[in-house]
Structures are given as structure tokens and as C-alpha cells.
Design a protein around this ligand. Structure first.
Ligand code: ADP
Length: 695
């Protein structure tokens, strides 16, 4: 080779190097190699191929000077193929073939294909020892590849490698930056509102045309149906068409591909190039559908699930059709990331909605009179409303987050007999359970519902109702007993009097008649007490207040009592210095009769029973005392309750309704006075009425 030739070659290489240095994008680099590079190498044609991301195939990036449909025929072929470019990529060694015969010998496949041309040189493209592609050069004439020629080609390939790798990196970086910008914009959009219908719709708008020609979001409906939330395309006319299409051909949930498949499996579906058979499958025999599919010009699709907390909420579809290049692995990653963010946004919006609903419910529960307790699956308190706090005496802050057994020690006793209803089923009847909490005796009606993730209990404090019920049953028991005894006596006496078979003396007759009279009196007394207690309860007792002399009233009461005085009882009255007061004379008499009767009645072994009056400031104190049975201190307040009797079985043979003291205290209090008792069991009792000068 002449000096001139050598200089010329160096100059040409120099020129290629300059051009490559200026080229920025991969396309510019490819153009520079395939024009100036090919010319510098004195080749007729050139082509550049690169290894695919997965390293399995060769993608032809560009060519210059080859005839026919080389770009279509050789767009993508396996690295394992027995062709020069594949071999160079596998071995990393340049390949120089001078003659067609030689080439056909080495690569019979090419011979079969009838590929024309004579000499070829195929050079690896590599950086830092890693082969990423190859450059093929074809020559018009047969070329003898001497050392210098070879070196020149290798030098050219090295320059091309550097430039191409740099530009590809640049492009990758730029694409990455674009993606990051897109993701940032999308994230901002997704977090801008809790109305996810709106934000997802805007998201699809954001994706076209940068990310896709078509972008759609479909949501999984509650009953397995597929709800199209949004479709975007740059052309609004096409969007309308897509919606109309969706109405005509609604997606079938069991479809083998696309959104239904992604919703079912929760896995992404990615077709870098949509295989014909899938399109054919979708078209079936529908000619109209065929037309639509052709019109759409679908090339490449990505369909990714919107998954949050393990649930597939919907699917995001990106379609490359008329303008967008086919999708790559990087696009899939971007789509996955985007779908992830969208799903989290949807999930958050839904959770927020539920939380808000929950907050409203909690607010409502705060006003519910029943205690509401929600336990999770582990029996830990998750809700404790104010009524629950009032019933149990434990406030919300002490209950929340703790195992319920720790909160209320009697919880097991309280709920163990409560049958749990299933949600939606007609509720079970509440069970009423007695409970001692903080020393308070309560009756609580409890019902429960098992809602799968835990249990809700409703508690109702029915202590009041229970007490009322008890009063009622006490009344029935007492009244029936107390009424039956005198009635039986009257009945017996009347039957005896009417008998004709026995002759009764006049004295016997008198005794029986007296008995009838006294028992009838007792009956009317009890009935009177029951009626009066009822009136007091209903607040229907009228007082007629006049000036009266308590000493006189007491004297009258003592006098009446002395008529039928049991044996062993002596009566006394001490009324020195008692003032006159304003009160209801009859009611005061009734009180004193009752107290004196009790004093006599509960002194079965006899003793002194007396009334003592004295001035107390402006008012008057009236004491009724006896030396009888006495009352244990624990019972001293209870004896004033309705129907309460120390000895309900009347073992000591003393009858009574249990209403007397209740009536006494109620009457005295209505005259603005007080009635208290002081007593020692076995020694006697003293009841003291204190009345003011005027009520
Ligand atoms: P009762 O009709 O049973 O006498 P009360 O209301 O008058 O009803 O009295 C309630 C209970 O109080 C009585 O059953 C009795 O046990 C007790 N009690 C009342 N007065 C006396 C008293 N003076 N001494 C002892 N116990 C009394």
C-alpha cells in the first residue's frame, strides 16, 4: 500500500471520528457510521445489529446500501443462528470473508437464501470487552483482507462501538429522566385528590401520547364485572369510538387475554409485538371486528394490574398503535411502577372513605344509649362507646387496645351465655346477666354479633327494669299472701256460721262475727295501703294542711291502740312542750298509727311501747319507741323500701304487707319532714318523725 493510500485512509478514519464525536443520539451515530464509516471502509453496504436485552437475539438497527427487504427479513434473529453477525456476537472475533464460495461454505444457510454479494467483513461492537453488537460491511468486489485493511476495519468498529455505546447510554438516560419526570407528574396527580375516578382519568390523559397511543384503566367491580373507568387517546373522536366499541363488545370475565386475564391472575401481560394468533383469536369470525382491529393498528401492549394490599383493584393498559414504538422491558417496568402508585392512591382513597364512614359511625355510637363494644379476632377492644364506659365504669382510654378480659374481669361471665348471631341474620335475643362491677350490682342485657373479623356486643343496663320487675313480683307474692290469710279466715267463719248441722252458742256466733269484722278490717287496711302506695308512686296524694296539735293526735292514736292491746304490752305518751304545727292531720295520724302498730307487732314478748313528743326549734319531734325485736343495722334503710320485710316468710307469725314504712316515710317527706330509725337488735327500736312548723 502506497504512502498516499495510507494517508488517505487515515484521513478518512479521522473524518469518521469527527462526525461520530458530534453525533449525540443513536440515530445520528448510526447515520454517521453507515454513511461516512461505510465510505471510509470502501464498502458498498453496511448494517448494524445489537444484542437484545435478554441476550437471546440480534436486532438489526439500521442498514445502508443493501437491496431488498433486508430490514424486514432480518429485523430480529436468534444469536444462535448460523449467520455471520450471530457468530461474531457469540465469539467476539472479527470475521473476514473474501469470496462467495468461502462464505457459502461457512454459512450454507445464506447460500440457500441466495444472498448476493462477494466479500464481507463483520466486526464486533464492544466496550470494555463486552460485545453488544456487530457491524457488517459488504464489498462490491472481491477484497483481499490484508493486515492493514483488517486493522483499519477494526479501528473503525472500535470508533463506532464507543460512539454507539455512548449515544445509547445517553438515550437510555434521557428515557429514564423522561420516565422519572412522568412518574413524578403522575404521583403528584394521584395525590392531588381523593376522588380517584377523577385522578385516574387524568392519569390516562397524561399517558398519551408520550407513553402510549391508547391508555385505559378498568376497575374490578364488586360482582366480578369489569368497569371501564377511562380511555384516553389524543383524538377525542377515537375515544368516543372506543367507548362505543366497549358497549358493543363488553369484555368477558373469562377472556384468555387482556384486562380480564390480568384482573383474574393479578399478573402483568406484556406483548412487545402482539402475536397474530392473539389478534385472530379476538377477531374470531367477526368481519366487523377484523375491520376494527385493522383500523386500530395495535402493535404492542402492556397490561398491568393495580394491586394494593394483595388485592387486584383494576388494570392499566398501554397500547402502542399508530405512532408509539413497540414496548420494551423498561416500558413494562415503568407501567408496573405507575400501576403500583395508582393502586396505592385508589386504596388510600378507599381506606380514607371507609375511615370517614367509620368515624361517622363512631360519632353515632357515641350517642347510642346502649353500650357498644367491638372486639377483634383476638378479643382486643377496638371500640368502646361512652355508654359501654358508663355501664362498666371503665372509660374508653383504659379499654382500647387491651384484651377485654383485662378491662372487665367479669367479661367471660357476662358473655359466655350470649349466643352470637351472624351478620345479616335476624339478631338473637339479648341475655340478661347479673354482674358485680366496682361493688355495684347490675343487671346487663347482652347480645352479640360475630362479623367474621371479630365480635360486636351490645350492652344494656337493665338494673332499673329488673328492680321494677322484682317489685312487681314481690307485690304479687306479698299481696296474694296477705290477702289470702284474712280471706281464708272470713270464709271459714262464714261457712261455720251457715252450717245447720251444728248448734252454735250465742257466744260462739259473736266470736265468729267479731273475727269476720276484724279480718275484713285487716283486708281493707291492706287494700288501702296498696292503693295509697300506688297513689304515692303516681304522685296523686293531696295534702290538706291545717294548724294542728300533734300531742292531741298522738293521744288519739294511743287511745285507739289501747282498745285491742296484746298481752304484755304497755303504752305510754309523753307530749310535754310539743308545739302546734301546720300539717295534714289525717296523714300524720296515719303515720303514727302505723309506727305504733309496728312497735306493738314487732314486740312479740311484750314491753313498753310509747310515743314521745318534743319541740325542735320551731318544729316538732315525734318518737315512737319499743322494746321489741329490733332491726339489724344493715336492714335499717331497706325497711323503708316498698314490700321490704325483714322476715318475709313470717316465721315469727307476724304478718304485714311491707308497705307501712314506705308509706310513712313518703307521707312525712311530703310534709317536708324526715323519718329515721335507730335500733338495737333484741333491745328495741326508735322511729323519729321530725316535722317543721309549716311545710
Ligand atoms: P310490714 O307490713 O311488714 O310491717 P313495714 O313497712 O311497716 O311493713 O315494715 C317493714 C319491715 O320492717 C317489717 O317487716 C319489719 O321486719 C321491720 N320493722 C318495722 N317496724 C319495726 C319495729 N318497730 N321493730 C322491728 N322491726 C320493724
Amino acid at each position: 500500500m502506497s504512502v498516499h493510500e495510507r494517508e488517505d485512509r487515515a484521513l478518512r478514519l479521522q473524518r469518521v471520528a469527527e462526525l461520530l464525536a458530534e453525533a449525540v443520539t443513536p440515530q445520528e451515530v448510526l447515520d454517521a457510521i453507515l454513511t461516512e464509516g461505510v465510505r471510509a471502509a470502501e464498502a458498498r453496504a453496511g448494517a448494524i445489529g445489537v444484542l437484545s436485552d435478554d441476550g437471546e437475539s440480534v436486532e438489526l438497527l439500521a442498514q445502508q446500501g443493501y437491496a431488498g427487504a433486508i430490514m424486514e427479513d432480518w429485523a430480529r434473529f436468534p444469536v444462535s443462528a448460523h449467520v455471520p453477525m450471530s457468530q461474531v456476537m457469540r465469539t467476539g472475533e472479527p470475521l473476514f470473508i473474501s469470496t462467495l464460495t468461502e462464505r457459502n461454505e461457512l454459512f450454507p444457510e445464506l447460500a440457500q437464501r441466495g444472498q448476493e454479494g462477494s466479500s464481507i467483513a463483520v466486526l464486533p461492537l464492544a466496550v470494555e470487552g463486552r460485545v453488544f453488537g456487530a457491524m457488517a460491511l459488504s464489498f462490491a468486489d472481491e477484497v483481499e483482507f490484508g493486515l492493514e485493511r483488517r486493522e483499519m476495519k477494526v479501528a473503525l468498529a472500535r470508533q463506532a462501538s464507543q460512539a454507539l455505546a455512548r449515544s445509547r447510554l445517553f438515550a437510555q438516560e434521557q428515557a429514564l429522566r423522561e420516565r422519572m419526570t412522568f412518574l413524578a407528574e403522575a404521583s403528584e396527580l394521584l395525590s392531588s385528590s381523593l376522588d380517584y375516578n377523577l385522578t385516574l382519568r387524568q392519569l390516562t390523559q397524561l399517558a398519551v401520547p408520550g407513553l402510549a397511543d391508547w391508555c385505559a384503566i378498568d376497575m374490578a367491580g364488586e360482582n366480578g364485572e369489569i368497569v371501564r373507568l377511562a380511555v384516553a387517546h389524543q383524538d377525542p373522536e377515537k375515544v368516543r369510538w372506543a367507548y362505543a366499541l366497549q358497549d358493543r363488545y363488553p369484555p368477558k370475565p373469562d377472556q384468555p387475554h387482556g384486562v380480564p386475564q390480568v384482573l383474574r391472575s393479578g399478573e402483568a401481560e406484556f406483548f412487545p409485538v402482539i402475536p397474530d394468533e392473539i389478534l385472530e383469536e379476538a377477531i374470531g369470525d367477526d368481519e366487523e371486528m377484523r375491520e376494527i382491529v385493522e383500523q386500530l393498528g395495535l402493535r404492542s401492549t402492556i397490561c398491568v394490574p393495580l394491586t394494593a394490599r394483595g388485592r387486584t383493584l383494576g388494570a392499566l393498559t398501554l397500547i402502542a398503535a399508530e405512532t408509539h414504538p413497540t414496548y420494551t422491558e423498561a416500558d413494562l417496568q415503568l407501567a408496573l411502577e405507575l400501576a403500583h402508585r395508582a393502586a396505592v392512591a385508589v386504596d388510600n382513597a378507599r381506606l380514607y372513605g371507609e375511615a370517614e364512614k367509620g368515624a361517622n359511625a363512631a360519632q353515632a355510637l357515641a350517642y347510642v344509649a346502649d353500650g357498644v363494644v367491638l372486639l377483634d379476632g383476638d378479643g382486643v377492644v377496638r371500640h368502646w362507646n361512652p355508654a359501654a364506659a358508663a355501664i362498666t365504669g371503665v372509660d374508653e382510654t383504659h379499654a382500647l387496645g387491651k384484651p377485654v378480659d383485662e378491662v372487665v374481669s367479669a367479661w367471660a361471665a357476662l358473655t359466655s351465655h350470649v349466643p352470637l348471631a351472624q351478620p345479616g341474620a335476624s339478631g338473637t335475643r339479648p341475655v340478661t346477666v347479673p354482674l358485680v362491677l366496682d361493688g355495684r350490682e347490675l343487671w346487663v342485657a347482652v347480645s352479640g354479633v360475630d362479623f367474621g373479623e371479630g365480635t360486636v356486643y351490645a350492652l344494656q343496663d337493665v338494673t332499673g327494669e329488673r328492680a321494677l320487675e322484682k317489685t312487681r313480683s314481690d307485690f304479687v307474692a306479698t299481696a296474694s299472701h296477705e290477702l289470702r290469710t284474712p280471706l281464708a279466715a272470713v270464709y271459714g267463719a262464714v261457712r261455720t256460721l251457715r252450717r245447720e248441722d251444728i248448734e252454735l252458742s250465742e257466744a260462739d256466733r259473736t266470736t265468729f262475727l267479731e273475727m269476720i269484722e276484724s279480718e275484713a278490717l285487716r283486708l281493707s287496711h291492706i287494700v288501702g295501703q296498696i292503693l295509697l302506695a300506688g297513689q304515692l308512686d303516681a304522685d296523686a296524694v293531696e295534702l290538706s294542711v291545717t294548724e294542728c296539735n300533734p300531742a292531741e293526735i298522738a293521744a288519739g292514736v294511743i287511745e285507739s291502740a289501747s282498745v285491742h292491746l296484746p298481752e304484755g304490752i304497755t303504752l305510754s305518751l309523753n307530749a310535754d312542750g310539743a308545739p302546734s304545727i301546720m300539717c295534714d292531720e289525717n296523714k300524720l295520724r296515719q303515720v303514727l298509727v302505723n309506727l305504733l302498730d309496728n312497735g306493738i307487732k314487732y314486740s312479740p314478748d311484750g314491753g313498753k311501747v310509747g310515743i314521745r313528743l318534743e319541740r325542735d326549734g320551731n318544729g316538732c319531734l315525734i318518737e315512737v319507741s319499743d322494746e321489741g325485736l329490733g332491726i339489724p343495722s344493715s336492714e335499717r334503710e331497706k325497711i323503708f323500701e316498698k314490700f321490704y320485710r325483714l322476715d318475709p316468710q313470717q316465721t315469727k307469725g307476724v304478718g304485714g304487707s311491707g308497705l307501712g314504712l314506705y308509706i310513712c316515710r313518703e307521707l312525712v317527706e311530703r310534709m317536708d319532714g324526715t323519718l329515721v330509725v335507730d335500733s338495737e337488735p333484741g333491745v328495741g327500736s326508735r322511729f323519729t318523725v321530725a316535722l317543721p312548723a309549716r311545710p
